[in-house]
Ligand binder design. Structure first.
Ligand code: B12
Ligand code: SF4
Length: 485
């Protein structure tokens, strides 16, 4: 409990939630949690010891979890997650407080960005760390050692012993990114992640070679404000778009290559490259490394114009295998409503330039934007068909923080926020239909368009995988389970 007498060396347990509990290292893919790893790295560097329960690598039964908590007598139990994992965070917090009421439950990650201290109101968590967690958590541990409360620690909202919530605004970044250093990847069972990821990526990319895949973070934030994305002005003010220096990224790649034999890197950024100069500067560093590795990264439509073939070819030579850039819609009207700030012509040009350079393209489209008609949807898939690309598809899902979420609230699509958020599910499921079309019309017209593209491209994708390329589990409104039985 906050304010209680504190031990000089808090016993700390980190939990890595598996965002898709139905996924496991054997069945599909588990994604390395770079954010939590970064936090744990800093806590370790600051002189603290801790345990880790990694539900992604080792799913456990509820009774095993309860036993672990009751035996461990932890002073701090810390975990993070997206809004989409709030239901799991709630369940864990409830169990921990039940078994070990004196433990301080600390939560972090995107879920804490919810307004009105929702994460503290709606769960048994004691502390919500809002924004980057590395330094905030260490500040909190220091206060605990001193037996003091958490007032005034930037980004730390908490409940006091009386249950009164002390709010906090989102913490500003503490250091220039490079100064945070590399995550200590082997605080986790990194080999389990490499094995699991490589299997899926090989499947998608068509057995490249003895592939060893790992995701890396090279930037934070995104400067754009698409209306469906949770990147809003408040988050952006505290999580401005920043990039690691090219030298840092290259050194990180070399470290992962030399120590863990990683040879395929996925940049898991919101936006890996904003400008051509970002690309060029990284390529200069990668040229110096001269490693036999491949990459996938994220950019936006419009990065490569007609005159940029040479740059794309240079990227290909450096190992860039695939670039993701989202079209989202083929209807100029809908693109404008989305504030996407791209053009369809630029999408086509970029696809052609990358094709010519031998770089594969991945794109996403969103179906179900307010006012969208069957004609708009047809336009979207026409653009995809003409550009010979089978898109991944999301149905518009109002995510807290986004303009679309506010609209969905205002227009009564979301009646009970708490219930909606705990059951939010994923964008591959049609949850809220904000168009004038019926659910059936939206769904069937999407699938029909996808079938046509698949057939035109002679792709071997079963009907049931056209929207969800892999089974993401957790069916809409289905029963969700956090622990294994
Ligand atoms: C990897 C990833 C995933 C992985 C999960 C990885 C994992 N093991 O958790 C997978 C592929 C499963 C995934 C799925 C989805 N994702 Co995702 N994902 C990401 C991605 C690309 C990278 C995350 C990352 O590593 N960031 C870098 C690290 C350094 O930042 P961070 O995680 O925020 O961590 C910092 C702080 O948040 C905090 N912190 C984090 N954890 C903790 C824990 C503690 C204890 C503390 C104190 C602090 C703390 O400190 C960290 C260091 O500064 C982000 C985009 C991005 N680049 O952030 C999207 C992102 C997080 N995902 C997003 C979305 C929308 C989804 C999906 C809903 C998409 C869909 N299919 O519908 C699903 C939901 C899945 C589910 N069932 O929950 C949104 C978040 C929405 C939100 N507001 O919550 C993001 C921001 C992308 C976006 N711009 O839309 N995702
Ligand atoms: S959708 Fe992509 S480009 Fe748009 S704000 Fe979100 S991260 Fe940035």
């Amino acid at each position: 409990m906050i304010g209680a007498e504190r031990p000089t060396n808090p016993r700390i347990l980190f939990i890595n939630i598996n965002p898709r509990p139905e996924w496991s290292r054997d069945k599909t893919l588990i994604y390395f949690n770079n954010g939590l790893c970064q936090v744990m790295t800093h806590v370790k560097k600051s002189g603290y010891n801790f345990d880790l329960l990694d539900f992604s690598v080792t799913p456990i039964r509820k009774d095993e979890f309860v036993e672990h908590i009751s035996q461990g007598r932890f002073d701090v139990v810390a975990f993070g997650g997206m809004v989409h994992t709030l239901w799991q965070m709630k369940e864990i917090a409830t169990l921990v407080k039940l078994v070990s009421p004196e433990s301080c439950v600390v939560v972090g990650g995107y879920a804490t960005m919810l307004e009105k201290d929702a994460v503290l109101q709606w769960t048994c968590a004691d502390v919500a760390i809002r924004g980057e967690g590395e330094f905030a958590l260490v500040d909190l541990l220091e206060r605990m050692k001193q037996g003091r409360d958490f007032d005034g620690i930037p980004g730390v909202a908490y409940k006091d012993r009386e249950g009164v919530i002390h709010p906090a605004t989102i913490r500003k970044p503490d250091l220039p990114l490079d100064q945070k250093g590399f995550p200590e990847w082997d605080l986790f069972d990194i080999e389990a992640y490499i094995q699991s990821g490589s299997k899926l990526v090989s499947h998608h990319l068509g057995a490249l070679r003895n592939l060893r895949f790992f995701p890396i973070i090279t930037t934070r934030g995104c400067p754009f404000r698409c209306t469906f994305c949770s990147n809003n002005p408040i988050i952006q003010a505290h999580n401005p778009y920043r990039r690691h220096s090219p030298a840092f990224v290259a050194a990180m790649i070399k470290e992962l290559h030399d120590h863990y034999s990683i040879n395929h890197f996925k940049f898991l950024d919101e936006l890996s490259f904003l400008t051509k100069s970002d690309v060029e500067l990284l390529l200069d560093e990668l040229d110096l490394l001269n490693l036999d590795v491949t990459f996938e990264a994220i950019c936006r439509v419009g990065l490569f114009g007609e005159s940029d073939l040479a740059l794309a070819q240079r990227m290909k030579a450096a190992g860039f295998y695939r670039l993701f850039y989202s079209l989202e819609s083929g209807s100029p009207r809908i693109l404008q409503l989305m504030n996407k700030q791209i053009s369809i012509e630029a999408f086509s040009t970029q696809k052609q330039v990358l094709d010519a350079a031998g770089i594969s393209s991945g794109t996403n489209v969103i179906v179900g934007y307010p006012t969208e008609t069957e004609e708009d949807i047809a336009q979207t898939f026409k653009v995809c068909r003409e550009n010979a690309i089978l898109p991944s598809v999301c149905f518009l899902l109002p995510i807290p923080g986004s303009e679309i979420y506010d609209l969905a609230l205002r227009e009564g699509y979301i009646e009970n926020e708490q219930k909606y958020i705990f059951d939010i599910g994923e964008q591959q499921y049609l949850k809220i239909n904000m168009t004038d079309l019926t659910d059936e019309q939206l769904y069937s017209c999407t699938v029909n368009h996808l079938k046509k593209i698949r057939d035109a491209l002679s792709l071997d994708v079963p009907d049931e995988n056209l929207i969800c390329s892999v089974n993401i589990g957790g069916k809409q409104n289905g029963k969700k389970t956090l622990f294994v039985s």
